[in-house]
Write a protein that binds this ligand. Structure first.
Ligand SMILES: [Zn+2]
Length: 371
């Protein structure tokens, strides 16, 4: 994803989400105490020598995955977190697992939750190969300077919202501010400040190896197939391990509410292609590892529902975004994503609206409705 929610409400972790998570997860270890500051990381062994490290909340995103693969002579790390401090905790765990060096880091795409810990591996393993698509590297270099500025602006918005609710004793929706809610918002704000400080102080390390379409890497008995696809960002790298039947998707697949920011039909094409692969485990960019293709199919259904709904609406004669967004709700799929959790309901509705806007643009030949 590109930016965390605009209000404090969107930053909290719901119990339903945690219940969903435990239903999916295999054997796991909690690395640090519960915290919203990127320290609460689950280690899940997916297969022999393959570990999913899921950072539950880091003030920017939730359930963020970094995948560690131990090879015959070295280690490969796929995606490096939002906060360098999270990547540092994961590196401590890597060193408990093996004394082999990290020789390869892969960045799935340019969104800051997938490559901001590169410096940790570059410092610890000088000469480490950091791989991404050529287009991803180019975008990273173009946008890196924006991140701290945007996070500072987000912090100001959060602080203003917090000050307003504490002064008025009411939340944004007019309901009374409870002590519990106030404490939670206060904790979120403090966590966000530490995130912003980290983002200002971090040293951006860009990929030093790139590819365009696909690349195969052989390390010991393992074969790594990297493919450039359109996911939540253009030229996203997905990694397929054919022998282990494991697919690591970056944000081409993301849970619980999919991140989508590219033309929807291109994202659908990618999901269709990935669905053809012989896979036992799918590790998404965010969320638990899946041992079937059900969530990938559900994400595809959501996109297809929106595309069809938008085209039908336009062909019926709708000529404003507002009208199309009222008509296209993907209501039939809502519960499968939200499980009736109120926080997820809010996120689902706003994601469907954003997705509808994207598809209107795509359906109109790349143009939004005239204002
Ligand atoms: Zn992400």
């Amino acid at each position: 994803m590109i930016l965390a929610g605009k209000t404090l409400r969107l930053v909290f972790v719901c119990t339903t989400l945690l219940i969903c998570f435990s239903a999916f997860a295999g054997a796991q270890t909690d690395i640090a105490a519960m915290s919203g500051a990127g320290q609460d990381i689950k280690k899940i062994e997916i297969a022999d020598g393959i570990y999913q490290f899921m950072t539950m909340r880091d003030s920017y995103v939730r359930q963020l995955n970094s995948v560690v693969i131990v090879n015959q002579d070295d280690v490969l790390v796929f995606d490096t977190n939002t906060r360098p401090s999270s990547a540092r905790l994961i590196l401590v765990e890597i060193r408990k697992i093996t004394n082999k060096p990290v020789k390869f880091v892969v960045n799935s795409h340019w969104h800051p939750d997938h490559w901001s810990g590169n410096e940790v591996y570059a410092e610890a393993f000088p000469g480490v190969t950091i791989l991404a698509t050529e287009r991803t590297r180019q975008i990273m270099m173009n946008v890196a300077n924006e991140f701290p500025v945007r996070f500072q602006s987000e912090l100001k918005t959060m602080q203003a919202s917090f000050d307003k609710e504490t002064a008025s004793g009411k939340q944004d929706d007019g309901t009374a501010l409870t002590a519990e809610r106030r404490n939670r918002d206060d904790a979120n704000l403090r966590d966000y400040k530490t995130f912003m400080e980290e983002s200002i102080n971090l040293h951006r390390v860009f990929p030093n190896a790139t590819y365009v379409d696909h690349l195969t890497l052989y390390r010991g008995a393992r074969e790594f197939r990297f493919m450039s696809v359109t996911g939540d960002a253009e030229a996203t790298t997905v990694l397929y391990l054919p022998k282990e039947k494991i697919l690591i998707t970056g944000d081409v697949v993301s849970y619980p509410i999919p991140y989508i920011s590219q033309p929807p039909t291109r994202h659908i094409e990618t999901l269709k292609a990935l669905a053809q692969l012989d896979v036992d485990v799918i590790i998404p960019g965010h969320g638990p590892a899946f041992h079937d293709k059900n969530f990938l199919d559900l994400e595809m259904q959501l996109l297809e529902t929106i595309v069809k709904g938008v085209h039908d609406s336009l062909q019926k004669g709708m000529i404003t975004l507002d009208d199309v967004q009222k008509a296209v709700t993907a209501e039939n799929l809502r519960e499968q994503f939200t499980h009736n959790d109120p926080d997820l309901e809010t996120r689902f509705r706003s994601r469907v609206q954003a997705l509808t806007k994207l598809e209107v643009r795509e359906a109109r030949g790349g143009q939004d409705f005239p204002q």
